[in-house]
Design a protein around this ligand. Structure first.
Ligand code: GLU
Length: 571
């Protein structure tokens, strides 16, 4: 939603820190000043961000307030028990990125997920245990970003979240549905059962009011004492002992792991697409690189000329996905531990060579990883299915600063474990649980202190004149880079609005299968895709959930994924 700030309110906001200007005569009806625009998956979290902007806060302040509020109202998706990535782009094109990805404890080894006999247990067992919990990074990310770019006092950012937790928030159909469908996780801990379930064992119904006083107190402590109150003392003790109690072998998370956590400011990965500048998050996420690769490989095709509803347009997109994902699986991991061939992966010459593999009228039989400059081909690929428990939010403030922030606890309700009134993530199952394949080490294997590979792709885009244009990203595990690239294509090639880019039908190759989103115009084109060689074409609901702010002809627009309004569940 776009927020216009009346000049009178601006004066009030400024009055606290400076002498208000003396007004000699009655002013003409003041033109409202643009305070910013916010997109979040839940309107209550969106309101938290808007409240910060209306008080003169920066885009960073608003984004942090959203992250905190989502911990309360969308507990299935993200929160302070998890991590995230934030990309910040200023009006004059300076882009910085903040990495709040969770880390493996110091006692973790590549065999972390193997049982005593060296076998892999079922994935759900790894997830629903202390093994999957990484040291949470969102509070450290927020503290680092706020220290650099916050305008409001740290404690103020917590006010909306504290109010939502203490006064109570209403259970919406999405939360109710997720409590029921992910009960192995949502009802895993006694604390969660007490908070989100009736005595009968049924999830709290739609419309019920949930008061999370424990979380309100946690927020108050961190608001008053600062971020160290999360990483030291009683809360850190509680997190460590909750995780350790549920970890089946040695090496469990300790308070020392938690106090040692560090959010990192990293270089963005940037590239261009049709003279627009695209900047995104680099490793440990694969998301930004995949987005830039998909777009780079598509640049030689005139998609606008081919047309939005032409199946060949989307065939090219699918082929570009397949090439980008082949590279992603082999090369992307935490670059503090593994040599990731950046910038080779996004080198225009390399991408032109990859693009040459794409045929306009036939599917490439096999999409193999390439060999970008600087590549180490000794590592193996070890993909791990990703789950869907994430939220993307985007903000632009009155000075044109864009924030694109994706926050996650990985799967729905994370590990199912709770501390301090919030769910603890299961991000470590984003590592490859198998440390090696055919005797070769997997790049994304577990190592102490390492960050698991992510797909999250918070991105900012500048138009050909260098002006802020779009902040976009998504939730949805491995679908995230595809959703994000699709939105960017929608905005740049087809000039669509914020709402339209998120509403675009979803299409993605999963291995040899092609998913077309059910109930959309793509569904009617299944035959055309088969004719292009995409043998197994599935028509399904799409597990997607994007968010964006975009500068259109009439100024900034914000949108959340229309599938949320239709209450389609992210499975
Ligand atoms: N944990 C996943 C990642 O970091 C995100 C899961 C989701 O989007 O729901 O890529």
């Amino acid at each position: 939603m776009k927020i216009m700030l009346p000049l009178s309110l601006l004066a009030v906001t400024l009055a606290g820190c400076a002498t208000p200007p003396q007004i000699a005569s009655a002013p003409a009806e003041p033109a409202p000043s643009f305070a910013g625009s916010v997109s979040a998956a839940d309107p209550r979290a969106q309101a938290a961000g808007e409240a910060m902007l209306a008080r003169g806060g920066s885009a960073t302040d608003a984004a942090i307030a959203i992250m905190l509020a989502l911990t309360v109202v969308e507990p299935q998706s993200s929160g302070i028990g998890g991590g995230g990535f934030m990309v910040r782009g200023t009006a004059d094109g300076v882009v910085s990125t903040f990495d709040g990805r969770e880390t493996a404890p110091a006692g973790a080894t590549p065999k972390w997920f193997l049982d005593a006999s060296g076998n892999l247990p079922p994935r759900s067992e790894s997830v629903r245990s202390g093994l999957s919990v990484g040291v949470p990074g969102n509070i450290a990310l927020a503290a680092k970003a706020h220290a650099a770019h916050g305008k409001l006092p740290w404690a103020d950012l917590f006010a909306p979240a504290i109010e939502l937790a203490r006064d109570g928030f209403e259970v919406n159909p999405r939360l109710n549905g997720m409590l029921a469908s992910a009960k192995d996780r949502s009802a895993h801990s006694a604390a969660a059962r007490a908070l989100y379930f009736e005595a009968s064992g049924e999830p709290r119904p739609v419309g019920a009011i949930i008061v999370n006083e424990t979380l309100a107190k946690t927020f108050e402590t961190i608001a008053e004492a600062g971020p160290d109150a999360f990483y030291t003392g009683a809360l850190a003790q509680e997190i460590a002992s909750t995780v350790a109690d549920d970890t089946p072998h040695a090496g469990a998370m300790t308070p020392a792991d938690i106090v040692g956590y560090e959010a990192k400011e990293r270089e963005p990965v940037c590239g261009s697409y049709r003279a627009y500048r695209i900047c995104a998050m680099g490793p440990p996420t694969s998301g930004g690189v995949a987005v830039l690769q998909m777009l780079g490989q598509l640049e030689r095709f005139d998609l606008a000329e081919m047309g939005l509803r032409n199946p060949r347009t989307w065939h090219l997109f699918v082929e570009s996905q397949r090439l980008a994902y082949a590279d992603r699986e082999l090369y992307l991991a935490d670059s503090d531990f593994v040599s990731v061939p950046l910038p080779g992966l996004v080198d225009p010459e390399y991408l032109a060579g990859r693009s040459a593999l794409i045929a306009a009228d036939a599917r490439l039989a096999e999409a193999q990883p390439g060999t970008p400059p600087g590549a180490d081909r000794s590592l193996a690929d070890g993909d791990e299915p990703e789950e869907h428990g994430t939220s993307h939010f985007a903000v632009v403030d009155g000075s044109g600063v864009m924030i694109s922030y994706t926050s996650t606890i990985e799967g729905a309700f994370g590990s199912g474990l709770m501390a301090g009134g919030f769910f603890l993530n299961n991000e470590l199952t984003d590592f490859s649980r198998s440390p090696e394949v055919d005797g070769r080490a997997v790049a994304n294997r577990v190592e102490p202190g390492k960050r698991p590979r992510s797909s999250m792709a918070p991105t900012v885009v500048y138009d050909p004149q260098g002006q802020p244009f779009l902040a976009v990203g998504a939730a949805g595990g491995s679908t995230i880079p595809v959703q994000t690239a699709r939105s960017i294509i929608g905005a740049i090639d087809f000039g669509l609005s914020a709402q339209e880019i998120l509403a675009l039908p979803f299409i993605m190759a999963f291995g040899d299968r092609l998913l077309l989103e059910q109930g959309t115009w793509l569904e009617e084109q299944a035959e055309a895709f088969r004719a292009l060689g995409h043998g197994e074409v599935l028509v399904r609901e799409a597990p997607v959930k994007g968010g964006a702010v975009l500068r259109g002809a009439d100024g900034w627009e914000s949108a959340r994924d229309p599938r949320l309004q239709g209450q389609i569940e992210i499975p």
